[in-house]
Every structure is written in C-alpha cells, then in structure tokens.
Design a protein around this ligand. Structure first.
Ligand SMILES: [Zn+2]
Length: 403
C-alpha cells in the first residue's frame, strides 16, 4: 500500500462526472474549492503554513517562506472527464513525501514548499497553466481577467467569488523569487516507462505546443426550408479542418494535431449553424514545426470556408515553445535516485512554464494503460509508493545541508 493511495481515495467523490465518467474539476468551481480546502486542511494538519498568491496558487510552507526554497507539487483541476491521477498524484505525493521525511527526523536546511497551481488544464477558461503563466508573466493579466468560461463567466468574476481580488492577477516576482528550484511529480501520460520496465523516470523535454480557436462564420438557417445551393453552412469547412489537422500533423515528423472540441452555435439538430468554433491543439518537437502544422490547417480551413460562402477567424489562445528541463538539476535528481531513465513528453505542465525562470525537473510515475486525460488513466499502488519514495529522496537531497 502506498502512502499516496489513502490521500487519493479521500478525493474519490470530489468532482466525479456522472455523464462523461472520470472527473470534471475546473479552476475556481465548486469541486476545485473543495479540493483546495482539502489541501489546506492536510497541509495545516502537518504544521505547514498555507498562503495563496496573487494568482490563486496555493503554497504550503515547511520552514520560513523565503528565497532558495525547494518546491514540489502539481495541480488539482482536471480536463472534462479526466482521470484520477493527472495532477492529484503530484500533490498527494508531496504531502506523503513530507510524512516520510518527518518520520525519518529530517530537518530541511532550506525552506520546502508544496504548491498547487490553479487551472492547469485550462478546462474552464481555455488557457492551460493559467496560474503558473500568470505567476511568471507569460500571460497578460488584462487579457486573463476577460477570459470567459462556457457559461460566459469571466475569470475576474470567478476569482472574485473565491475571495481573491482580480486586480492582483498578474506577474508576481515576489512569489517567484522564493523558488530556488521546482520538482513536479506527475503520472506519465504515455507508455514510455512501461516499455522501459521502470516505475519512475525523469523528464527530458516537452514538445512545443499551443491552442488555437478557429471560428467559421456562416448563415444560421432552417435545415428543411433552405435549399443546398442557398446555404453557407460552417459545419462543412469545420469537417475539412478536422481532416486537415490529421494531414498536416502527419507531414511533420513527430507532430500531433487534435480537434477535441467543436461547438456549433446555436447547436440544434434542425438548424444550420451560424458559427462553428473548433479548437486546434497542435504540438511538435520545435516551434517552427508546430507553426507549420497550424498554418497548413488554417490554409485548408480558409479554402474550404470560401468554397461554402463562409469566413474564418483565428485566435491563438496559448503557445509555449519546446522546454528542455535544466540538465544540471536533472542530473542531481537522477543521481539522488541512483540513475533512472530520462524521457521526453508530449504533455504540457506547470513545470514547463516555470522552467523559463527557475531550475525545474519532473518525475514521472509509470502508467500501465498509457492513457491520460481519460478515466482509464492509472498508476499501481506500488508505483505510487516508488514515486513517493523517489520524491522524498530528491527533496532530502535538494533541501539537505550538503546541496
Ligand atoms: Zn497534469
């Protein structure tokens, strides 16, 4: 039995999605609030001091908050219908690692902090790594405040409802200056460790990736009364766009492109939509490759839109270049674990955002299904325990007197 498992079990009912399966926990919603309260309670029960930064990220301190802190943690929100491990595993493992170190009588020579980043998945406001991007300043606060969820609620309104002043959102050098290094433990979102036969690995790099919102504008009309020749149906170019995404990604080695969300307005069975919004998620090993995929998809969508008498507008919602994690810290982490495999990942993380400003590393825990962002995501109890043990060893090394 892993020390992480009972902590995960305590969250089993929070934000369970009865329609999609799995969990739907989104930034600043009710489930998120429950999870944040739970984390605060668990941290305080361990004698840690919890504070909330200007962007809604939670920090639990073992020792006096200050520069040079060794920071670990992850996120508690999920994609719509997501798995139980993506995010929470890093948070519960951080709590469990503190328990391991305490039981051993370890006293950190540097401050240690456990962090929970806000809205990592972008499941509510569309921008992934919202809390960490605001913290480091790669997301403009003005732009962020105006982001809307599918019900039209702005981020400013959502954070105000939780007691946070939206005016304080934005780059927060004071909070960031406390971070000496950041180590995020995460369930692997692929089968790399399964193939290597290893329970734990370290991250090497993250693909360049981003999200683009492509809106096709046509003419809303009656599905029965409108002759085919008289239509400007934006669903047709939307279909071309989806197929173009697969074609474009296949033309760039290692690239991926996905249309995971397609929203026709008004969305009636007997209605030709007036607009269709399609969200394109594109990733490749480098920025130019990612850009090429997006340009190809946009060109194909524009051509198909014109052929149907529709128009296209495009908005970049987020973008992050390739992340190569700090090689020195990776060596230290790997060395503290007696050598574990290093592997690249196609998934984005708060650690990838922080890597631009502070030395950052990631630990991955084996996922036997290789599935993530879906209910089948999994990690065996023994592997969760290996993750806790590894994280405790890394924290002891980084926050110990000799590092
Ligand atoms: Zn995650």
């Amino acid at each position: 039995m892993s020390r992480a498992v009972p902590l995960l079990d305590a969250l089993a009912d929070v934000g369970a999605d009865r329609v999609r399966g799995g969990y739907s926990r989104h930034g600043f919603d009710r489930a998120d609030h429950t999870l944040r309260e739970w984390f605060t309670g668990e941290a305080e029960a361990r004698g840690l001091d919890v504070d909330v930064d200007r962007n809604g990220n939670l920090w639990a301190w073992w020792g006096t908050p200050g520069p040079g802190a060794v920071v670990t943690g992850s996120h508690l929100d999920s994609v719509p219908g997501g798995g139980a491990f993506d995010g929470p595993l890093g948070v519960v493992s951080a709590l469990a690692a503190v328990d391991v170190l305490r039981a051993r009588g370890f006293v950190p020579a540097k401050p240690v902090a456990l962090v929970v980043f806000a809205e990592e998945e972008g499941g509510r406001f569309g921008v992934p790594c919202l809390g960490s991007r605001l913290l480091v300043g790669t997301l403009d606060a003005e732009h962020a405040r105006a982001l809307r969820d599918p019900d039209g609620v702005t981020l400013a309104e959502a954070v105000r409802a939780t007691g946070l002043d939206p005016a304080t959102l934005g780059r927060d050098d004071e909070s960031l200056a406390r971070v000496g290094c950041f180590v995020e433990l995460h369930v692997e979102q692929g089968r790399g460790l399964v193939d290597l036969g290893a329970p734990v690995g370290v991250a090497e790099s993250i693909l360049a990736h981003g999200r683009w919102r492509l809106t096709l504008h046509g003419e809303g009309n009656h599905a029965g009364a409108t002759a085919l020749a008289d239509r400007a149906d934006p669903m047709l170019p939307a279909a071309s766009l989806v197929l173009a995404a697969r074609r474009a990604a296949a033309s760039v080695p290692g690239a991926r492109a996905t249309v995971g969300r397609l929203v026709p307005t008004p969305g009636g069975t007997n209605v030709i939509p007036s607009t269709v919004d399609a969200w394109l998620d594109a990733r490749a090993s480098d920025g130019p490759g990612t850009r090429r995929v997006v340009e190809d998809v946009v060109a194909a969508a524009r051509e198909a839109a014109e052929a149907e008498g529709c128009t296209l507008s495009v908005r970049e919602e987020s973008y992050g270049g390739t992340v190569a994690f700090d090689a020195g810290l990776r060596e230290v982490v790997s060395g503290a674990l007696g050598g574990v495999p290093a592997l690249p990942t196609g998934a984005g993380h708060d650690a990838g955002v922080l890597a631009a400003r502070v030395p950052t590393a990631m630990l991955f825990v084996r996922n036997p299904t290789g599935v993530s962002h879906a209910p089948a995501e999994h990690a065996e109890a023994d592997d969760c325990e290996a993750g806790v043990t590894a994280l405790a060893r890394v924290l002891a090394h980084l926050a110990g007197p000799s590092c």
